[in-house]
Design a protein around this ligand. Structure first.
Ligand code: ADP
Length: 746
């Protein structure tokens, strides 16, 4: 049977209950309440002169003397004894054996573990020498310029203190795999620097133990485990939890693994950052077994504590210059945006430098439906689809170094963009910035094949895992991944997002306020124009009728000159009436509520054309090109718009054969309608003027006269629909007036 199984199966192995210890010490398990010996390691005679049988059921005084018992009692009552082991007194064993260090720790289930380790006289004597060395090291660590230098120094010092053949600093990545980031190694041995270890090489239970205790020591990989007698604890009727025991027997997986690497002894300390396992310092001996005495072990532990504390500061300094540059770029950009009135459409073009301060291969800006790309990015359509996907997510900042894992369509463009750092201004809209990083065909050196299952020995009833037998250098090209984004990059993007979102909010509020003010003043103007024209009409009508009466009654008595003057007054009042009427209509268009409904423009145009009949008599042909759309609009207003444009097309036309075409441009959104003529045309410089009220380009009576308000009223009706109108013309050949009835891109 060759099951598909890998080292993660080791995750299930109960490493904290081995029921045995390593032989470089002895273990006594006591009942915390009575301090009675309940279990002893089988090698107890070597340390205490008595085999387990002679110890079990005895009080601790008998085995270790009154002083140790008193110390232990005191610590237990003062609750000083925690789960992490504490060194008690050094004792001369009553059985005449050698003097020992005694360490005590308590378990969660009411037991006390006493661990004995022989005193090493040479180490005791040398201990005071360790202090100045550690002190100097701490000073040098503090001034290490970079994180790399910091760890180079750490491993070199630890090797100097311990004399191990190899000391490595090992850093975990987010996925649990690790990398050797610093190494000090005896000359002649192969280097492991830069090697990556798959996550499965340090299974989860081992990780947990690493974060519980600072130090783990394995003096001899080929040791014979020493069992506890009896195997199960009489009090708990279960194997003892040896999580905090430093003598704990290790997993066979681990020793097998080390043997494959040619390692004879190890010492591992933990590096914690913000209370979490950040990495390890791993010491290895290849020449033979190596037992590190208590004193240098404490020095290493002390260094590991200090390194963990100092490391946080060093890691923050790691990208200091870059972090500063990003901060400055962000400030520059936000300042510029504060001044700008267009937000943030012109962002990329004008401030590309501030966006490219972030170390990315390409950047995309999506603003008001417009997409701008800079550098290496996926294609327009791909970025739009990606932005739409992001808009459907709840978070406003999205970061990944393997985009296709979250967003499978990205596999199609992973060479250009495996990494993505994206921010959006607000929920529900795709507008925002996207930074892309190319795929990093990073060649990683793996110490073992991370994808290859380890060999399984299924000969026994139980599945047993065998460690890998081959540690040939594995190279794995990581496909679909980019370099990872740094914390300071993420910070830059999120801060920039916040700044822009605030500016946008301020901007929209400003716009809203201006619109409100504008609407109010427009309304006022319309009301005024309406009132004024309405009020003016009456006296004007009075003047007109009076003059008519005067002419009727007394015309014969007046001189020719007098009659002509009366006629002029009548003509002028008529004209004034026309102007006032136009003004009234104009103000009405602004005041009325639009009656919006689905309107078939074919019908509207057909009805409008009827009012111009008979066209043939005027030498005109009007054609509607294709089908006009059905749109949501105000039927009456749109009828007036067409009427005005058609009437102008007929009026400003000196051709014998007047051709007028009405239609709708293909594919535009919103639909663009047009009225085209082959008339006199309009010079470009007058394009704006013709839409102003009472502006005419011709003599008062040329081309049938007119008040000069038709186009202004049409424009107002169009703008009330949210649309716009514009003209294109060739003088002498004709004009085309185009308009929309809804808002859309300019
Ligand atoms: P009116 O027709 O009453 O003068 P409009 O506002 O409709 O007022 O038009 C303004 C001016 O624009 C017109 O006086 C004319 O000079 C010019 N104009 C409008 N339509 C056309 C057209 N189809 N061809 C040429 N000129 C035009």
């Amino acid at each position: 049977m060759q099951a598909q199984i890998d080292l993660s199966n080791c995750d299930r192995e109960q490493v904290q209950y081995p029921g045995a210890i390593q032989p470089h010490g002895a273990l006594l398990v006591l009942d915390a309440a009575t301090l009675c010996i309940q279990q002893a390691s089988a090698n107890s005679a070597d340390y205490l002169g008595l085999p387990p049988a002679g110890l079990l059921g005895q009080g601790i005084e008998g085995a270790l003397g009154a002083a140790v018992a008193a110390d232990l009692r005191e610590r237990l009552s003062a609750e000083q004894l925690s789960t992490s082991f504490t060194r008690l007194l050094a004792v001369q064993s009553p059985g005449g054996g050698q003097a020992c260090h005694v360490f005590a720790s308590r378990t969660d289930d009411g037991l006390v573990l006493l661990e004995l380790e022989r005193l090493d006289q040479a180490a005791r004597v040398g201990a005071p020498e360790l202090y100045p060395g550690v002190h100097l090291t701490l000073q040098r660590l503090q001034s290490a310029p970079t994180l790399a230098a910091f760890f180079d120094l750490t491993v070199a010092e630890i090797r100097a203190i311990t004399g191990f053949d190899r000391v490595m600093a090992y850093r975990f990545a987010a996925d649990g795999s690790g990398e050797v980031i610093a190494e000090s190694v005896r000359a002649g041995l192969e280097t492991y620097l830069g090697l990556h270890y798959p996550a499965a090489d340090i299974p989860e239970p081992a990780r947990r133990l690493f974060s519980l205790t600072w130090l783990r020591h394995l003096p001899d990989v080929d040791y014979a485990p020493v069992p506890l007698v009896p195997e199960r604890n009489p009090l708990t009727a279960a194997p003892v939890d040896l999580s905090w025991s430093f003598l704990r027997s290790v997993s066979e997986m681990y020793t097998g693994y080390l043997r494959n690497m040619g390692v004879k002894a190890t010492l591992v300390t933990t590096l914690l950052k913000d209370g979490k396992l950040w990495g390890l310092i791993s010491c290895m001996h290849h020449a033979g077994p190596k037992c590190l005495p208590y004193e240098p072990r404490v020095a290493v532990e002390c260094l590991a504590h200090m390194v963990s504390l100092l490391m946080a500061g060093k890691a923050a300094e790691e990208h200091g210059g870059y972090r500063l540059a990003l901060g400055a770029a962000r400030a520059r950009l936000l300042d510029a945006l504060l001044e700008a009135d267009a937000l943030p459409a012109a962002l990329i073009e004008t401030h590309a430098d501030a966006l490219t301060a972030l170390d990315a291969d390409g950047v995309a800006l999506l603003a008001d439906g417009r997409l701008s790309l800079l550098g290496k990015t996926p294609a327009q359509a791909e970025v739009r689809a990606l932005a739409a996907w992001l808009a459907g997510r709840s978070e406003l900042t999205f970061v990944t170094h393997a985009l296709a894992a979250d967003y499978p369509p990205a596999a199609a463009f992973q060479a250009a963009a495996s990494g993505l750092l994206a921010v959006r201004w607000s929920h529900g809209a795709p507008d925002g910035l996207l930074w892309f990083r190319q795929e990093w065909r990073q060649v990683v050196h793996w110490a073992g094949d991370p994808s290859k299952p380890v060999e399984i020995d299924a000969s026994g009833a139980e599945i047993r895992l065998l460690p890998r037998t081959s540690f040939a250098l594995w190279r794995e090209a990581v496909a679909g991944e980019s370099r990872r984004w740094l914390d300071c990059e993420l910070e830059y993007a999120t801060e920039l997002r916040r700044g822009i979102a605030e500016l946008l909010l301020r901007h929209t509020e400003q716009l809203r306020r201006m619109n409100r003010e504008l609407a109010a003043s427009n309304e006022e103007l319309d009301t005024f124009a309406y009132a004024a024209s309405h009020d003016l009409k009456e006296p004007l009508r009075g003047i007109h009728t009076s003059v008519e009466f005067l002419e009727e009654d007394d015309g014969a008595r007046l001189s020719t000159e007098g009659r002509e003057r009366l006629a002029t007054i009548l003509r002028l009042t008529t004209r004034m009436d026309e102007l006032i009427e136009s003004l009234l209509q104009y103000s009405r268009v602004g005041r009325i509520d639009l009656q919006l409904q689905q309107v078939d423009l074919n019908e509207v145009v057909a009805q409008t054309l009827e009012t111009f009949a008979p066209l043939a008599a005027r030498g005109a042909t009007v054609r509607v090109l294709g089908r006009l759309p059905v749109l949501e609009c105000d039927r009456v207003r749109v009828g007036e718009i067409f009427s005005n444009l058609i009437s102008n097309a007929l009026k400003y036309n000196d051709k014998a054969d007047k051709q007028i075409e009405i239609g709708c441009d293909d594919g535009a959104s919103p639909p663009v309608l047009f009225v085209r003529d082959n008339g006199i045309g309009i010079a470009e410089k007058h394009y704006a003027r013709i839409f102003q009220i009472f502006r005419r380009l011709h003599g008062r009576n040329d081309f049938g006269g007119g008040a000069g308000a038709g186009l202004t009223i049409a424009r107002k009706a169009i703008e009330r629909h949210g649309g716009r109108i514009w003209v294109e013309s060739v003088p002498g050949q004709g004009s085309v007036f185009r308009f929309t009835l809804a808002a859309g891109p300019r």
